[in-house]
Design a protein around this ligand. Structure first.
Ligand code: IPM
Ligand code: MN
Length: 334
């Protein structure tokens, strides 16, 4: 029927409500997307918890998925489903654009940067052990291969979206070997892209500078090891109004999974209070990735116009609208 099938992982907590907004808005915009909902509730298989095969098969078949928030279990013996998905499909780059929303006032009105986070290793490798009781080691794994892959992607992304500069964010002054390898690899990859300016900045300094004045970051793509990207992306989200407004895309060689960065917000789940903007903007990234740019721009404009008008916005943004009232306001503009 000429439609693209996309695996939909609605997620926990507010996941189903915000997914519904995406579905309703896509339908109204006549986006050529057929959703294939899957359940990723972990199952016990040979004593191990695994993602159901049907979910894995669906993503493998469609090569593209949209994902709502999944609760992260805390404690030993539990693996984060979010991380499992990133690992299963080798989603090596996590792209997190962070742009001020016109009409939504924060102390910063000129944020427009893109963070690209290495997504498979670093402190997220999950290699930890007790040396002797009271002493643990946690391995930060950095490989040239994974570094090169995400760095090259960052330069390609910069070219694609018209950013002039790529900046690697690091702490190679202290982590001389691990961050040193990442930085050294960046310098090498940079030579493949003479049209893009390249430089480097220490992580702590980047935090100081971007919270003092984000304007100089507007022409840049920031690329960094996994944990730095996790932290810095939340910090940048704070500059524009929080995680309810920031999308992300997990990019692999073949598969891509777009997801909201925020959690499942169990405290407000099922009450129609959730803000679906982050998942919506993630679905816009998805459409662009799929080459459906005109649908993406049309929906994006309706979202931004609704936010800018500020009449029908959700409570987290200071409005009174429910999740579906906000979605309906976007639909009306379509
Ligand atoms: C994120 C989240 C995840 C992470 C959690 C949920 C495992 O915070 O996507 O930034 O730490 O990467
Ligand atoms: Mn995070």
């Amino acid at each position: 029927n000429g439609n693209y099938t996309v695996t939909l992982i609605e997620g926990d907590g507010i996941g189903p409500e915000i997914s519904q907004s995406v579905k309703d808005i896509f339908k109204a915009a006549q986006a050529p997307i057929e959703w294939e909902p899957v359940d990723v509730t972990p199952q016990l298989k040979d004593g191990k918890t695994v993602i159901p095969d049907e979910a894995i098969e669906s993503v493998k078949r469609n090569l593209i998925a949209l994902k709502g928030p999944l609760a992260t279990p805390i404690g030993k013996g539990h693996v984060s489903l979010n991380l499992t998905l990133r690992r299963t499909f080798n989603l090596f780059a996590n792209v997190r654009p962070c742009k001020s929303i016109q009409g939504y006032k924060t102390p910063y009105d000129n944020v427009d940067t893109v963070l690209i986070r290495e997504n498979t290793e670093g402190e997220y490798s999950g290699i930890e052990h007790v040396v002797v009781p009271g002493v643990v080691q946690s391995i930060k794994l950095i490989t040239r291969r994974a570094s090169e892959r995400v760095l090259r992607y960052a330069f390609q992304y910069a070219e694609q979206v018209g950013k002039q500069k790529v900046r690697v964010v690091h702490k190679a002054t202290i982590m001389k070997m691990s961050d040193g390898l990442f930085l050294g690899t960046a310098r090498k990859v940079a030579q493949e892209f003479p049209g893009i300016e390249f430089d480097a900045e220490l992580l702590d300094n980047a935090c100081l500078k971007i919270t003092t004045d984000p304007a100089p970051y507007a022409d840049k793509v920031l690329v960094m090891p996994n944990l730095y990207g996790d932290i810095l992306s939340d910090m940048c989200a704070g500059l524009i109004g929080g995680l309810g407004l920031t999308p992300s895309a997990n990019i692999g060689e073949e598969v891509a999974i777009m997801e909201a960065v925020h959690g499942s917000a169990p405290d407000i789940a099922g009450k129609g209070l959730a803000n679906p903007t982050a998942l919506l903007l993630s679905s816009i990234m998805m459409l662009r990735y799929m080459g459906l740019g005109s649908h993406a721009s049309k929906i994006e404009k309706a979202i931004f116009d609704t936010l800018a008008e500020g009449k029908t916005i959700t409570r987290d943004l200071g409005g009174k609208a429910s999740t579906s009232e906000y979605a309906d306001a976007i639909i009306t503009r379509l």
